[in-house]
Design a protein around this ligand. Structure first.
Ligand SMILES: [Zn+2]
Length: 340
């Protein structure tokens, strides 16, 4: 089969690779219904992460199980499944504590930008639906695998609750999903920092009440003005740069909480400043598996339509154009059709 392989900066190819096979008895093989490109795929694509090339790309996935290893009991061939980008046994102490992204046996999914993929730790990682979903549901279910699950975790980690005032830093796909999550959790006011008209429109559709286009100290001042000089009790940091973390810190009220899910690049903290700031912080790779059954249920009931975040749909053979479009910010997030 052909699959997506990264060789170096801006060199991504759709080329022949061996078909995935069961390696461990806990593995499953799935036929992808659709897959997509993650904002985090752009770090190695841009050469900003060291990689062991060639790298098999793709960690957001849903599809139909075609084969399972001898130890797999919770999913079977023919079932439609969604899995988290973090692999987990869902039984170790960290998994049982709700942090499947810190699973003692865990790791990260790879190789899902392909027609078929191997999912390790299938019992703990995959969640099956009762029936095969309609084709129209696929983008929304695919979104739960990482981008929605990560935005949801940002809101959960930031302790968003009914009546909250929330600031979302970052208008990429994860930030937009953070808006949706905060809205579902009953936040009263959701302020997103965004400078792009198309992203502002989507943010409004997902539940944002206010848009702040200013950045840096001006952006902080604008949000302080909007919140009566107090700041927000919940801040979602969905970028991972020094400037975005400074903004998150700057708009969070004392005693408030920052949920941070942007992979940090160039972020550092001063101990003295952190001490005086009196802000809570929780972040890291999202334990999507904790939220997955609930998120899939909300999608299947039609309560949320997170797949609207995909503003470019391409056949997987054109995956290189999908990366280019996101790299050049022509697209927020690319869905890759596997049927073509
Ligand atoms: Zn575990």
């Amino acid at each position: 089969m052909k699959a997506t392989v990264l060789y170096g900066p801006r060199d991504v190819r759709y080329e022949d690779v061996p078909e995935p096979e069961i390696v461990q008895p806990t593995d499953a093989i799935i036929r992808l219904s659709a897959t997509c490109i993650c904002g985090s795929d752009l770090w190695p694509y841009r050469g900003l992460n060291d990689i062991n090339a060639p790298l098999h790309m793709g960690h957001e996935y849903c599809g139909v199980v075609v084969e399972v290893g001898s130890a797999v009991t919770s999913v079977k061939p023919g079932q439609f499944v969604v899995g988290s980008f973090c692999l987990s046994d869902n039984t170790c102490p960290h998994c049982r504590f709700g942090f499947q992204s810190a699973c003692q046996q865990g790791g990260f999914m790879t190789g899902a930008q392909a027609p078929y993929a191997r999912v390790p730790l299938a019992d703990g990682t995959l969640v099956a639906t009762a029936d095969l979903p309609d084709a129209a549901m696929i983008p929304h279910l695919l979104a739960t695998s990482d981008v929605l699950g990560t935005g949801w975790y940002a809101a959960d980690a930031a302790q968003v609750h009914a009546g909250s005032t929330v600031v979302v830093v970052g208008d990429g796909a994860v930030g937009l999903m953070g808006v949706l999550a905060a809205s579902q959790m009953g936040a009263e006011r959701i302020i997103i920092m965004s400078r792009h008209a198309d992203r502002q429109r989507l943010a409004r559709a997902f539940g944002a009440t206010d848009i702040v286009a200013e950045r840096g100290t001006e952006g902080i001042a604008r949000i302080m003005e909007l919140t009566g000089g107090v700041g927000a009790e919940s801040v979602l940091e969905c970028v991972g740069m020094g400037e975005s973390m400074d903004q998150a810190m700057g708009v969070c009220r004392p005693g408030g909480t920052i949920g941070y899910v942007g992979v940090p690049h160039g972020v550092s903290f001063d101990g003295q400043k952190l001490f005086r700031a009196q802000r809570r912080m929780l972040g890291g790779p999202a334990p999507v598996r904790r939220f997955l059954p609930d998120l899939m249920d909300r999608v299947l009931k039609g309560a949320i339509r997170p797949g609207k975040v995909f503003d470019l749909v391409l056949p997987i053979a054109q995956v290189a154009e999908g990366y280019r479009a996101m790299d050049e910010r022509r697209a927020i997030k690319t869905l890759l059709r596997v049927d073509a």
